[in-house]
Design a protein around this ligand. Structure first.
Ligand SMILES: CNCCCN(C)c1ncc(F)c(N2CC(C(=O)NCc3cnc4ccccn34)C2)n1
Length: 406
């Protein structure tokens, strides 16, 4: 009886702390907060000093230990897969949870130049209970002069059973230390939640490909006048794409795709510059992970390409379906084909690959096709964050964002 009372007091105290000092951890970090926005000048907020970086890992509570995950090792990859499958991001109504596959995680977390100690795990008795990842990127911020080598952070996850042990802040501090040791002082990341201080608040849009399934899993709902068959007719797509010369990307297209992509991304205020090596990694088709199609004209000239990645969600206790098959718009460059036509073909290709829904953010030029192709605005908001960097005007519009994080 005493133990229960003690636990409740402790829990209530934590709630009171949260209400009194929200974002306790984030207030200690170099992120511009409201009142100092005006006096900070654009660029790094704190200048890092390599000599001052802690050489040893942060302390963990009793029995917990740091563990560098080797995703190439089948058993360790399984452990990360299971931790995420059971404990990663869910929607607000806890109906869906992301189910990133092992092959997807190898694609997302083993790019060229990756560091072995940037896939950070925490274990208790050989069981993985916490994870956070970083990959090296070169980000252009607001102009060509700000070319910043930094880390892209993702997949922060703590096992449901040990939440509020304050493990997440330690995972963030530890990966920050491992990035600082490499003499890098900035980071870029996204999250569905709002913590200090977003640089852009983007929205998800969804295009139905399999209306019946979306209703059966509760992703979509029918209003009074709507019926399933009317919805199916409304969202019906042709069997085959329209654009002549549209075909899966091959190795021989890498040089042309690299040129098209780097040229296109210069239009935005936040973008990566890709080497051919990186284009090979991020765009060459991988079954059930990434699909990329190019438009080849006469003499083998590639004028456009489209790409989308495969991120299924587990449907939590649904009698009929275990998964929602979702394709997510990745990067699309249309220099000759109208963007609406190119993306209409993307919907047809995704439907033919078996997807139930096609998701896209309102970033880059996406708002040029979202309405016309009957995307619906979702409840999901995705916030972009830059760690230790002050922008010229604090915020960027979604259409100024040129990076997609998976
Ligand atoms: C770097 N990482 C960012 C990507 C993580 N991504 C994809 C994400 N982050 C926050 C979201 F709000 C979100 N949404 C997609 C939209 C959506 O489909 N909402 C219904 C739904 C179906 N399955 C799930 C699983 C989790 C959350 C919502 N779900 C909303 N996507």
């Amino acid at each position: 009886q005493q133990v229960v009372v003690k636990k409740n007091i402790q829990y209530n105290q934590q709630l009171i702390d949260k209400l009194n000092k929200p974002h306790q951890f984030w207030q200690t970090q170099p992120m511009p907060n409201i009142n100092e926005m005006d006096k900070l000048k654009p660029g790094p907020i704190q200048l890092g000093v390599l000599a001052e970086v802690r050489k040893d890992p942060f302390n963990l509570i009793e029995k917990y230990e740091w563990f560098n995950v080797d995703l190439r090792n089948e058993e360790q990859a399984q452990q990360v897969y299971t931790l995420l499958k059971e404990n990663y991001v869910e929607d607000d109504d806890n109906m869906f949870r992301f189910d990133y596959s092992i092959e997807f995680l190898r694609w997302a977390l083993l790019p060229p130049g990756q560091y072995a100690d940037w896939l950070v795990g925490v274990r208790v008795n050989q069981k993985l209970v916490g994870f956070i990842s970083g990959i090296p990127v070169t980000l252009f911020i607001e102009n060509q002069q700000n070319k910043v080598k930094m880390t892209e952070i993702n997949f922060l996850c703590v096992h449901k059973k040990i939440r509020s042990n304050r493990l997440a802040p330690v995972l963030i501090k530890e990966i920050t230390r491992r990035v600082h040791i490499k003499n890098m002082w900035q980071a870029v990341y996204t999250a569905g939640i709002v913590v200090p201080t977003p640089i852009s608040q983007t929205r998800y849009y969804h295009r139905s490909l399999n209306a019946k399934k979306l209703i059966e899993v509760g992703f979509s709902s029918l209003s009074a006048r709507q019926t399933i068959s009317r919805q199916q007719k409304l969202y019906k797509l042709p069997e085959e794409p329209k654009t002549p010369g549209l075909r899966p990307m091959k190795k021989k297209d890498v040089a042309q795709v690299t040129k098209l992509l780097n040229e296109y991304l210069k239009n935005f205020k936040l973008y990566f510059k890709y080497t051919e090596e990186e284009v090979k990694h991020w765009f060459l088709p991988r079954k059930d992970v990434i699909s990329t199609y190019v438009v080849e004209k006469e003499q083998g000239i590639v004028t456009d390409f489209l790409s989308f990645y495969n991120l299924p969600s587990q449907v939590i206790n649904n009698p009929k379906h275990t998964h929602l098959k979702a394709a997510y718009s990745y990067y699309n460059v249309a220099t000759q084909t109208p963007i609406v036509q190119l993306m209409y073909d993307a919907l047809i290709l995704a439907k033919n690959e078996g997807f139930d829904v096609f998701n896209a953010l309102d970033i880059m030029d996406n708002d040029k096709f979202l309405k016309e192709l009957m995307f619906c605005s979702g409840d999901g908001q995705l916030n972009y964050y830059l760690y230790n960097w002050k922008l010229e005007n604090d915020m960027l519009k979604p259409e100024e964002i040129g990076i997609v994080l998976v």
